[in-house]
Design a protein around this ligand. Structure first.
Ligand code: PGA
Length: 229
């Protein structure tokens, strides 16, 4: 019995796409997403747009009944209130089921610390949003209760130079030993239609976080198709 695990394929658009571009992507990808029931070992496809497109993307997916989940790329470490510019989990949960937290681009460009990231995880959990915690290596701090982690070595992000599936699997095993076997570990960093299968074929890798290759709808459909069993 090979591979009954659920595979997560998560599109991280980063700071890209107008609403029109986002809706065009949804119209191309939505119909291609298999309608299998995720808990039965299928695919879970999540799209993480910018905040400015989030509600339109969520509406479009709902109206068309596409089996696509919506996530955000970040959320506030605070609740609702006087936090100018922030997007609180208590408000975002109108649209999203998941949020990327602690991406290395946020740690580097916005000074996010482990402490701040732990607060974001807490906020997500409090409002029924699954935090997808990005870790850059084995020693990145993992707040209590995290069930979904993306191992993303910084040198592999956006470089076309992915880690090897074997090495990613060793890191995943290490993370499972350290933080619990229930943890689902994904891989991210230069994932493409041609290498995705090698990652998800590793027993300990439960999916991928995709940046560049998620921007083009047809490329992303190829990624989905490579995973269909
Ligand atoms: P990449 O980005 O696929 O462009 O390497 C991955 C990520 O940053 O999540």
């Amino acid at each position: 019995m090979e591979n009954q695990k659920t595979i997560w394929i998560i599109a991280n658009w980063k700071s890209n796409k107008t609403i029109a571009e986002a809706l065009e992507w949804i119209s191309k990808v939505g119909p291609k997403v298999p309608k299998s029931d995720p808990p039965a070992g299928g695919l879970k496809i999540v799209v993480c747009p910018t905040f400015s497109c989030l509600s339109e993307v969520a509406k479009e997916i709902k109206v068309n009944n596409y089996p696509l989940l919506v996530g955000s790329q970040d959320l506030s470490p605070f609740g609702v209130g006087a936090y100018t510019g922030e997007e609180s989990a208590a408000l975002l949960n109108q649209f999203i089921k998941l949020s990327i937290v602690g991406h290395s681009e946020r740690r580097k460009n916005f000074g996010e610390t482990d402490e701040m990231i732990a607060k974001k995880v807490q906020q997500a959990q409090e409002f029924n949003i699954t935090p997808l915690l990005c870790v850059q290596g084995e020693n990145t701090s993992v707040p209590a209760g995290c069930q979904l982690i993306a191992y993303e070595p910084i040198w592999a992000i956006g470089t076309g130079n992915p880690d090897t599936p074997e090495s990613a699997s060793i890191v995943a095993q290490y993370l499972n030993n350290k933080h619990g076997q229930d943890l689902e570990v994904l891989y991210g960093g230069s994932v493409s239609p041609s290498n995705i299968k090698n990652f998800i074929d590793q027993q300990d890798i439960h999916g991928v976080l995709v940046g560049n290759a998620s921007l083009d709808a047809l490329e992303f459909v190829k990624i989905i198709e490579a995973c269909e069993r």
